[in-house]
Design a protein around this ligand. Sequence first.
Ligand code: HEM
Ligand code: NAG
Length: 485
Amino acid sequence: MFVSIILLWLCIWFIILQLKSWRPKNFPPGPPPLPILGNILHLSLENPLKDFERLRKTYGNVYSLFLGQRPAVVLCGTKAMKEALVNKATDFAGRPQDMFVNDATQRRGVILADYGSSWREHRRFALMTLRNFGLGKNSMEDRIYGELQYIINTLEKSIGKTMSPQNMFHNAASNIICQVLFGRRYEYDDKFIKVIVQCFTGECQASQWLYDSFPMIRNLPLPFTKAFKNIETCQNLAIRLVNEHKKTKVPGEPRDFVDCYLDELDKRVDDGSSFSEKQLIMYALDLHFAGTDTTSNTLLTGFLYLTAYPHIQECCQQEIDKVLEGKHRASFDDRHNMPYMQAVIHEVQRVANTVPLSVFHLTTKDTELMGYSIPKGTLIIPNLTSVLNEEGQWKFPHEFNPENFLNDQGEFVKPEAFMPFSAGTRVCLGEGLARMELFLIMVTLLRKFKFIWPEDAGEPDFTPVYGVTLTPKPYSMKVQLREMQ
Ligand code: HEM
Ligand SMILES: *[C@@H]1O[C@H](CO)[C@@H](O)[C@H](O)[C@H]1NC(C)=O
């Protein structure tokens, strides 16, 4: 009797779960899910890229899969991406709120905030503050040039030798954001910088998928608990910096982002707004996290390709020498006179494919896409890779070639499939800063130095290391000083 009741109960439970996993009516197609597990067995946890490619071939540009019990829709190709993120921007502008990353960041900040007033207020504030004039007398270009000096020093010490640029670019990108946020930089071997970027990388990767798919395992001591610890460490560092700011700041004379936020807080006392000191802490870490790996991995990819394709490097240098002749330094406005350099930087971003699956979105209401129905609250995975190398959108989708961004007259053109920053309402908030960094750093370094692939290093390997952000395999390059024209 007892046994049969248990069996009956198990059967019912099984059927309920089975039903829950079923796709809603007219939902995008995908592989049949298993109860509880969903499609997790269809994917390799270490590197699911091959499996996804297979699913896309079978089910088309808009397909669905189940992460545990949770249905998700993957968007591939420029057409689906534009329809969702641009034409139906608000329908697709949400963020899931019950994933690993939400718990890790305590639901604060802007990257992972759901579509709503707190996200909107904080996004608007950051966009205003990041604009050149938002940050007091020290312009954004000056801040970037300040850090460039340290990059140049590091490279000068390596002249005639081989050096691996990983740490240098990483710390430089981190410092530029730190300058903007906290008005200070860190030495290239400082702990702050090291800790803060370990949070989402390496061993936590595979266990994150598990965390997101199976809520019941969340309290187990798996590697993701380490990520929580790391974030706590970072928070404590940020709290210390914010407290220092509160002691030293002069109202109305902001030195950096934190000062601006504190001023805003004073203005908004008791007006029911979403601004708070706790928000500020996570927000600052958010921006630091979003702006460091992305920028440095793009730079690393850039210099990998420039050393591997010396004739492209030379063409850049010719253009730089011509346009900057007699000038002390480049300014961001010079890009309008440098179509070739612009094309190279964009092509680097295209092949770097730095954030391959963007940041996951969520539908904010019942909506339609490419003829399918997608209910409110569905997880959306934008596959940016599939846009950046889509056949039919690019002259040379599968090779590194600046011609992808040049027309027959040699003018710079930007195809609509160029979306390394994603698109629409949620488009990268740091795009302006990132583009300024990439331009000033690449132009300044190429003007001063020649970068050479070492003869004894074998063939360059362009296969990226898989992760939330893609990065090239560690490599070294030789540095020479150029003759100044
Ligand atoms: C080459 C460098 C960068 C790349 C490729 C990049 C790419 C991206 C992508 C793909 C997204 C997701 C957009 C979406 O959800 O649809 C994003 C969001 C974001 N990025 Fe960047 N990013 C870069 C640099 C930066 C920098 C320097 C900052 C900081 C100032 C930054 C701050 C953010 C923020 C705050 C968001 C979240 C925006 C929101 O949810 O409303 N990013 N970025
Ligand atoms: C995204 O698209 C690329 C290129 O089409 C493919 O290799 C990759 O597996 C896709 N990823 C997902 C999650 O669909």
